[in-house]
Design a binder for this molecule. Structure first.
Ligand code: XUL
Ligand code: MN
Length: 345
């Protein structure tokens, strides 16, 4: 029996449509209302930033933070949902303006590590051991602003401090090469896994690959995934799509390049990812022009396109494909794939 996939998204994937040149164009949807929509859209996993779960966390004690996270867990249980991960949102706090873990200001670095500890507490309160680190502002607008050697060492020290603080927590690093910073540290999965290997407990540090982030680094997402999969380190994915080297678009999965999407599905199928219980996260955003009443369709559509491509992979004539590979007849292989994707045969 081929495995079945589990899907997740984050509350930020139902959003107001603001961009750097214009205000929100859709009303804010309350968190509780978002949760109500998960099951209907075909999702069971909820991705959290720490302050999605505990909005006032900066004003609360560690005990109060954990208590609030546990309350959210009850809401999830009642809705038949599970938390996939908690991620420290360092980039929206004034102290994280120049990065947290790699800030030149020692007070900001200390704050970032303490915040990540609370994020780990929140993960446990929500019922998961899993954290994701998207290193939003760990980098620079101009290279001369930081000593990058020192900054990478601070990043490793911060990672180690969290691993030692919490012996249960596992951390997936979500690499991205730019935006909001011009030059982001840890731009690819190779960088992320190198950092993992140097850490105090390499077995508890892995990666999350987002399609758009790989494309922004000029790389193919399926090969980035394969690199992590070969090392047993692909612990989640953020599938979406991206039209070339622009701002991070978070388009619906497959919307820009269907064959590139197919290859991401193929590599996950080859790895038996569906049997790992890990989630297929869809980090997709509705277009700004989308009216409020249909601003969740990008999520259901991305899931549907993913499953349609799974079906394409499973119904491919694998014998014919294998024969073409054996004969090094890649024209034949390519025709086979394209005809199958287009439904010609
Ligand atoms: C940013 C991004 C984030 C992370 C979670 O590009 O992808 O939403 O996935 O912090
Ligand atoms: Mn993401």
């Amino acid at each position: 029996m081929p495995g079945t996939y589990r899907f997740s998204f984050g509350p930020w994937n139902i959003h107001e449509g603001a961009d750097p040149f214009g205000p929100p164009i859709r009303p804010t949807v309350a968190f509780a209302r978002k949760l109500e929509q998960y099951r209907g859209l075909g999702f069971e996993g909820v991705q959290f930033h720490d302050d999605d779960a505990v909005p006032d966390m900066e004003k609360l004690s560690p005990a109060q933070i954990t208590a609030q996270a546990k309350e959210v867990k009850k809401v999830l249980d009642d809705a038949g949902l599970v938390a996939e991960f908690s991620a420290p949102r360092l980039w929206e706090d004034p102290r994280g303006v120049d990065g947290g873990f790699t800030s030149n200001d020692p007070a900001a670095r200390r704050w970032a590590v303490e915040r990540a500890k609370r994020c780990a507490d929140i993960a446990h309160g929500l019922g998961t051991n899993f954290m994701v680190w998207w290193l939003a502002r760990e980098g620079t607008y101009i290279r001369e602003a930081k000593n990058a050697i020192e900054a990478h060492r601070w990043l490793l020290e911060s990672l180690n401090e969290i691993l030692l603080y919490d012996r249960q927590i596992t951390i997936a690093i979500e690499p991205k090469p730019n935006e909001p910073m011009d030059h982001a540290y840890i731009p690819t999965i190779g960088h992320a896994l190198a950092l993992a290997a140097q850490s105090a407990d390499p077995s508890r540090v892995g990666g999350l690959i987002e399609s758009a982030h790989a494309i922004l680094a000029g790389l193919d997402p399926s090969d980035e995934m394969a690199f992590a999969l070969a090392a047993g380190k692909l612990w989640s994915v953020h599938l979406n799509d991206q039209n070339g080297l622009k701002f991070d678009q978070d388009k619906a999965f497959g919307a820009a390049d269907l064959r590139r999407a197919y290859n991401q599905v193929r590599v996950l199928e080859l790895a038996g990812y569906a049997d790992t219980e890990r989630f297929i996260g869809l980090d997709v955003k509705a277009m700004r022009t989308q009216k409020p009443e249909a601003a969740t369709r990008h999520l259901a559509n991305s899931r549907r396109f993913f499953l349609a491509l799974v079906d394409k992979h499973r119904t491919l004539n694998h014998a014919a494909a294998g024969q073409a590979v054996a004969q090094r007849d890649y024209e034949q292989l390519e025709a086979l794939i394209l005809e199958h994707l287009m439904g010609l045969k």
